[in-house]
Design a protein around this ligand. Sequence first.
Ligand code: PLP
Length: 384
Amino acid sequence: MDNKKYKLGTKLIHAGVEPDPTTGAIMTPIYQTSTYVQAAPGDHKGYEYARTQNPTRTVLQNALAAIENGKYGLCFGSGMAATDAVAKLLMPGDEVIVANDLYGGTYRIFTKVFACYGIKFHFIDMSNAENIRQHVNDKTKMIWAETPTNPLLNIIDIEACAKIAKEKNLLLVVDNTFASPYLQNPLDWGADIVLHSATKYLGGHSDVVHGALIMNDQSLEERLRFIQNSCGAVPGPHDCWLVLRGIKTLHVRMDRHCQNGEAIANYLRSHEKVGKVYWCGFEDHPNHAIAKKQMRGFGGMISFVLKDDNIEAANAVLKKTKLFSLAESLGGVESLIGHPATMTHGSIPREQRIANGLADSLIRLSVGIEDIDDLIEDLKQAIG
Ligand SMILES: *Cc1c(COP(=O)(O)O)cnc(C)c1O
């Protein structure tokens, strides 16, 4: 299909998907095979070995490229496998400027794995993109940003980062997991590589672990495809199929995530026992204007602190919710609740955690698409 012609809601359902050539099946089959028969050596239909290519994966890669307004998509066994592939573009001695408010697993792979190979990472506050400039030197190769961030929902100006990246000849990588392609398309603002943990909103049903990269530049795609095949962190065809099915309803799910998110953010803000509420849709959010510029909606990720700011008070709330399940991860149809201080960010020493703005009572919500009245009722009885 002509990807330029159609709007996102249509592309999510049709992009990359053709009726199966052998049967006409409307849904892409799960090509559960490891190899492909050749008529003579080299005489094949474009598929030789399933680490290198798989038809189910090809369809998903094309669909992902289309919905991120990119030319190329590459799929991986997890979001971290996608991150790993991007980091392998770097050489010993190279330096990377990374947003300091980022997914814990990304921080871990940079500091505990790639730092051992002689790559240097500078973790900085990117809420003002101009801060990046003072950390660029002749060894800098990449800028790595995540927006909105986890769990404080800070916003980074992708266009401003891209301007600096172009000027200094650096690659700009944006982890777009929290926004999903429905709310934000970083390539349109000048990013070079978009990364997704498709485990989250793209899959959308908490039933698959998957990662993806999307880009426009052909030589970058060739290098990353080489790494994908050489290192082999590829997803199986069934997982590709689950993500392909998930993205067909992304727009419908995201609209409800956004509606429910807004209602809950406002409810929490009016609650007498709740302190600060973090949600990028509030007009007084420090980077709300940038969120409005680069996003089409504000999503269903919300964090808040209790006025009674201690771990016990937070635990009391976590124990009482019935619809919000206590779990890591996000982006599924069901609502989740989490406690960064003891869960995702538990390995950070308390002083540093507090200095980064992660209070003891900070609670993170991944607001699902259940009935909003039931969700608010659940929070009401849990917070008391
Ligand atoms: C979950 C997540 C990842 C890692 O993805 P996995 O699929 O769990 O490997 C990376 N970035 C963000 C923002 C995430 O939320």
